[in-house]
Design a protein around this ligand. Structure first.
Ligand SMILES: [Zn+2]
Length: 449
């Protein structure tokens, strides 16, 4: 029988011979029992090296990989329990090559799992397919990933490689209830560190856990202005420049300034429309009624036009064409506050294109002054807050880096969640994220996403 042949062949080099094969149709499982032929004279006490005698027989069950589709397979080894003739110690026969250390699965099953896991198949699926416990599979996975991460670290050490540009950012774990912080080497793309939480205290662990001598060449670190990561970077990497991420900055402007002013303007039209409708109830003159009705409708129309202008306002003016551009132009010409905020947004994008720090300083300062003189509370507040971080905005002209690459890595984090679906072990999850960032894995990864 094929099953017999494959398995017997594997174990022939050892002390085992096949005793029986039992199929359990109800459970769709196979049990292959092997009996040890080890000679008692070959057994030696692990303590004193003395000869031993057989005290009893023991069985040890190890999950194997399925040889037939849909049938989980267990290898049962009948082994000896010996007692030392010299010191009296009782010991069990060594399973040798049969068992993967620290688990209850065969060594070849472990090899097979390592192969499967490279294809990013969810652990729960492998568990159902093989009958091997989730924890065991994740353990094999983790061993494998740690091995690969260690290989990569050695490779970089041998090349005397040191990262020059880093990005630090947070991402959501467990459907957004908890967060983790991630540090990436922007040139090589390796995730250097992942830690729980997103506060300054959480980020401090990076500097405690990571080998700081490897960071001596860091020239610049990209980050979101809102987190207080910069304080720690300034302390631990004094030679590095902090670069505030343009995408975070632009997104915040879009939400806190443009979005807020847009809603205010829209609501003003809605309120006026309501006023006209109230007046309509009191109005008896048919001509005036018609006029008021039209005015109310007009206000409501403008209200919805502004409400739906969100994406057009956020998009770069150069990219907007046709009726969308016309509609936006109309809104902006009728609403000077919104027009001003929009112009400030367009100007800000240009500031992030500058590559001369002196010009950048001059123009950012002018931008902040214009914003503060605008009398638009949202814009004034934004400017007052961001002006304190002028240095990190100017740095962008010297080192035009961003956290964008790290953001792009979010897709891989989603895959990581899928692979380890249902786990609550952060260390394992974080190892998985680092592993997925390895260049060799990234190359293979593209074929799966
Ligand atoms: Zn002994």
């Amino acid at each position: 029988m094929l099953n017999n042949y494959i398995t017997a062949d594997l174990f022939n080099c050892q002390q085992f011979t096949l005793k029986s094969i039992d199929f359990n149709e109800e459970e769709s499982s196979a049990l292959l029992t092997y009996i040890s032929q080890e000679k008692t004279s070959a057994a030696r006490c692990p303590d004193c090296g003395g000869r031993a005698y057989v005290q009893s027989r023991n069985t040890c069950d190890l999950k194997d990989m399925p040889v037939f589709y849909g049938i989980t397979q267990t290898i049962r080894a009948e082994i000896h329990r010996y007692q030392c003739r010299v010191c009296g110690r009782v010991f069990t026969e060594d399973l040798g090559m049969l068992r993967h250390p620290g688990t209850r699965i065969t060594k070849r099953a472990a090899m097979w799992l390592r192969g499967l896991l490279q294809f990013h198949i969810p652990i729960s699926a492998i568990s159902r397919f093989t009958g091997i416990r989730w924890n065991t599979i994740s353990r094999i996975h983790r061993e494998y990933m740690e091995e690969k991460l260690e290989q990569r670290a050695t490779e970089l050490r041998e090349k005397k490689y040191k990262p020059r540009y880093l990005a630090v950012d947070e991402f959501a774990v467990h459907k957004g209830h908890t967060y983790a912080t991630c540090v990436m080497d922007l040139e090589e793309g390796d995730v250097l560190w992942v830690g729980k939480g997103r506060s300054k205290e959480d980020f401090r662990k990076f500097f405690e856990e990571y080998d700081l001598s490897l960071l001596s060449e860091v020239k610049a670190v990209a980050m979101d202005m809102n987190a207080s990561y910069h304080i720690l970077v300034e302390k631990h990497l004094p030679q590095a420049r902090i670069v505030y991420d343009r995408y975070h900055m632009q997104a915040q402007f879009g939400k806190d300034v443009l979005g807020s002013v847009r809603l205010e303007e829209a609501k003003a039209h809605q309120a006026r429309s309501h006023e006209y409708q109230d007046a309509l109830l009191r109005e008896a003159d048919p001509a005036k009624r018609k006029e008021t009705k039209a005015a109310a409708r007009e206000e409501l129309h403008t209200y919805s036009a502004i409400k739906s202008s969100r994406w057009n306002l956020l998009m770069s003016g150069r990219k907007l064409k046709g009726s969308k551009a016309e509609s936006l132009k109309q809104i902006l010409s009728d609403h000077s506050r919104l027009a001003l905020c929009y112009a400030m947004k367009e100007e800000m994008s240009e500031l992030f294109e500058l590559d001369d720090p002196d010009i950048a300083e001059e123009r950012w300062t002018a931008w902040f002054n214009a914003a503060k003189a605008s009398h638009i509370p949202q814009l004034v507040k934004f400017a007052e807050l961001k002006e304190k971080r002028l240095e990190g905005l100017i740095s962008h002209a010297v080192y035009p880096i961003s956290t964008g690459k790290l953001e792009g890595f979010n897709n891989k984090i989603k895959v990581a969640k899928r692979i380890g679906y249902g786990f609550r072990n952060d260390d394992y999850f974080f190892t998985l994220i680092k592993y997925l960032s390895l260049p060799s894995v990234r190359r293979r990864f593209h074929t799966f996403c």
